[in-house]
Design a protein around this ligand. Structure first.
Ligand code: BDR
Ligand code: CA
Length: 312
């Protein structure tokens, strides 16, 4: 099975992504989970990550805390979307598993340096601070990363935190820039695809009807996030972002995209954090990423239901 590290700021959709990964041990070996500041502050995200791990029953998974603020900027958070805990909705008990003592950035570096090259994939579900800091602290990790599969950015669907930028990239554009230039293979699941993977009431009902604790919690999480998104977009369902990263690893055929150059805006205040994807190859810039453009929503929810049903 494929070895992954999940870097995350849970977040209801992060939580669903973590559950999807932990429910798929045949394909994915989750080595560890690293929290980063994003949707809410670092300490709360690290608590949320442990709550989700405990919900899944996989208390063997170590959880680390990484960076508490972006590389250069003040932290921007998203309580307006995720609630003041970052994970409003379900009633999850306080975690009992410990937070690991090692800093999350050092954990990422050590894990990559001690493994065979190109055997570990980084799944990023939040701002890219931890990954960029690891690349700055130990540049030798770049050529040892098998792939970075990232939820972030937007091109055809423009922005969700500003008209031009998606939240994960906007929070730490300098970090995103470091990552995009690192040379490792990168696959990006942006708003272009996550806006297609909508959690409609019918899909949420099917999740609740599974009758297990995890299904009930996911139903509560996504019902909470919907209240904000449905009003914002006026669609039948709310976008579901981070789980697309895990679904891509499990069933890449659900997605389509192309190899191109992606460059991050770090200068203009108006378009700060914009992911400028040269989707039509109109520049000579070298290709550094696979930009996913479309996803099969029915296929995605079939996969999600199938896997969540395996959890407690
Ligand atoms: C991203 O921002 C966060 O609020 C979500 O968890 C997701 O990672 C979507 O823009
Ligand atoms: Ca997230």
């Amino acid at each position: 099975s494929r070895k992954i590290i999940i870097d995350t700021d849970p977040g209801q959709d992060d939580a669903v992504a973590i559950l999807l990964a932990l429910a798929s041990p045949e394909e994915l070996d989750v080595l560890g989970i690293v929290a980063v500041a994003g949707n809410v502050g670092l300490a709360q995200n690290a608590i949320n990550a442990r709550k989700v791990v405990e919900l899944s029953g996989r208390t063997d998974i170590p959880v680390y805390a990484g960076c508490s603020r972006p590389m250069r900027r003040q932290l921007v958070t998203a309580e307006h979307v995720h609630g003041e805990t970052g994970l409003n909705g379900p009633d999850l008990p306080e975690p009992t598993i410990p937070l690991q003592a090692q800093h999350g950035v050092d954990y990422i570096i050590d894990t990559l340096m001690n493994a065979e090259p190109k055997t570990i994939t980084l799944c990023t579900l939040g701002p890219l601070t931890n990954i960029a800091m690891a690349l700055v602290k130990q540049p030798a990790i770049a050529e040892r990363i098998q792939e970075i599969v990232m939820m972030g950015g937007a091109y055809f669907e423009v922005g969700n935190i500003t008209p031009a930028a998606e939240f994960n990239i906007y929070v730490d554009p300098e970090a995103a820039d470091v990552v995009m230039r690192c040379g490792a293979p990168i696959t990006i699941l942006s708003l272009d695809v996550t806006h297609m993977i909508q959690s409609t009431p019918a899909r949420l009902e099917r999740i609740k009807a599974m009758g297990n604790k995890s299904g009930e919690a996911v139903h509560a999480m996504l019902t909470f996030s919907e209240t904000f998104d449905l009003e914002k977009y006026g669609w039948d369902g709310a976008p579901l972002h981070d789980p697309t990263v895990i679904a891509y690893l499990l069933q890449p055929k659900l997605f389509e995209g192309r190899h191109c150059n992606v460059t991050i805006e770090t200068a203009s205040e108006l378009t700060m954090g914009m992911t400028v994807a040269d989707f039509w190859h109109v520049t000579g810039r070298s290709y550094n990423a696979t930009w996913i453009r479309t996803g099969d929503a029915d296929g995605f929810y079939t996969l999600l239901n199938d896997r969540l049903a395996r959890l407690p």
